[in-house]
Design a protein around this ligand. Structure first.
Ligand SMILES: [Fe+2]
Ligand SMILES: [Fe+2]
Length: 395
């Protein structure tokens, strides 16, 4: 992980700092559309981001539904055990002031929380709020998984292991947003009204990861995305520790550990698909990488800033919470995890896809270096974030 020190900030990298050339857009990482010398946000139009373009749907050939049917026994045996029994799971209340304590004691605990967060800088809260909002749009992610042919929850309480996984995964994830939201609320450092509006806009807007109802694409996406959240929460944990809040550090670290376990489950599913259908799975990985892995909250909006997601991503990039380097790292990690370089028995088309994917990370890094170079020569831009009472933060 190449994340920055807390306040120093790593060299602001390619994605958010520059107007990205088209080659970058084809390759992937956190997508930036920020131009320099823009008017301040308060002066620009406040239209919501445009809806995503129409995508292909139901791209998995219908006979491949059988692949997922035939893997149900395997999923019960090898995927479901990666969930934790509810009684062994942590719950948000374990990290929060104890409401059953006597009032004065409870108030002391709240005071301590506020003291601990007092020294954390505003820019840290921009990133933590963005992460919290991303978690809070969980209904969208469960909906997305239930668009996937062959693994969707057909009844809402289906006994298929795929459906059981999705419901229990959602239930585990649900604790993440709850915990971050309550902690942020008690800190007093953020504008909860604007945060709540952003969540409502975001759930209303949905997401478009380009998974085409296709579980091959869907599980590649979730493998990548769970690792991205693991990286991001791990970095906010480290920064909280450096900034003087060990409880917030433990809380973010605990969420990161969940994400890691989820990543492992989704990556195990893709690994299985690579065994039973190597060419199909290889093509799916290349397809998702060509499209880029879109962050789940890419349609976020607070009613004011139409480029809110880009601005949030730019701060995350500058602080080193989630960067273009992380994107390349995740790709390389998954290539190794899935042993893609050694994969054989592929069709000619899948071999081409293998070459593309296995050569992609160095290309991303190279483009990143060039963009860094250009960014160094450009003027810095600051933006006001409604989430922190319209205070300005450097992108
Ligand atoms: Fe999460
Ligand atoms: Fe997650």
């Amino acid at each position: 992980m190449q994340a920055s020190g807390f306040l120093g900030g790593r060299n602001p990298a390619w994605a958010p700092r520059v107007q990205s050339p088209s080659a970058l857009n084809q390759l992937g990482p956190p997508k930036p559309t920020i131009r320099f010398r823009r008017p301040p946000i308060s002066a620009v139009a406040t239209k919501a981001p445009p809806p995503p373009p129409r995508r292909r749907t139901h791209s998995m050939p219908s006979e491949k539904v059988e692949v997922f049917k035939s893997l149900e026994g395997w999923a019960s045996e090898c995927v479901l055990p990666m969930l934790k029994p509810v009684g062994q799971c942590w719950q948000p209340i374990e990290f929060l002031p104890d409401p059953k304590a006597p009032t004065e004691e409870f108030m002391d605990q709240v005071r301590e929380l506020r003291d601990r967060t007092a020294e954390l800088p505003d820019e840290y809260f921009v990133v933590l709020v963005g992460d919290m909002i991303t978690e809070d749009a969980l209904p969208t992610y469960q909906t997305m998984i239930n668009t996937l042919d062959g693994v969707k929850d057909e009844t809402g309480a289906s006994t298929s292991p795929w459906a059981k996984w999705t419901r229990a995964w959602t239930a585990e994830e649900n604790r993440h947003g709850d915990l971050l939201r309550t902690y942020l609320y008690l800190s007093g450092r953020v504008d909860m009204l604007m945060i709540e509006r952003t969540v409502q806009y975001l759930i209303g807007a949905g997401m478009d990861p380009g998974t085409e109802n296709n579980p091959y694409l869907g599980f590649v996406y979730t493998s990548f995305q769970e690792r991205a959240t693991f990286v991001s929460h791990g970095n906010t944990a480290r920064m909280a520790k450096e900034g003087g809040d060990p409880v917030l550090a433990r809380l973010c670290g605990t969420i990161a550990a969940d994400e890691k376990r989820h990543e492992n489950a989704y990556a195990t599913i893709v690994e299985k698909l690579l065994q039973v259908d190597p060419s199909g799975a290889m093509l799916a990985i290349a397809d998702m990488m060509r499209k880029k892995i879109t962050m789940p909250a890419h349609l976020m909006y607070d009613g004011r800033d139409p480029k809110l997601f880009d601005h949030f991503s730019a701060v995350a990039q500058r602080l080193g919470v989630y960067t273009a380097d992380d994107y390349a790292d995740i790709l390389e990690f998954l290539i190794g995890r899935w042993r893609l370089e050694k994969l054989d028995g592929l069709t000619a088309e899948a071999r081409a896809a293998q070459d593309f994917v296995c050569g992609l990370a160095p290309r991303i890094r190279k483009l990143q270096e060039r963009a860094d170079e250009r960014a160094r020569k450009m003027e810095q831009l600051s933006v006001k974030f409604s989430w922190i009472f319209n205070k300005e933060v450097v992108l």
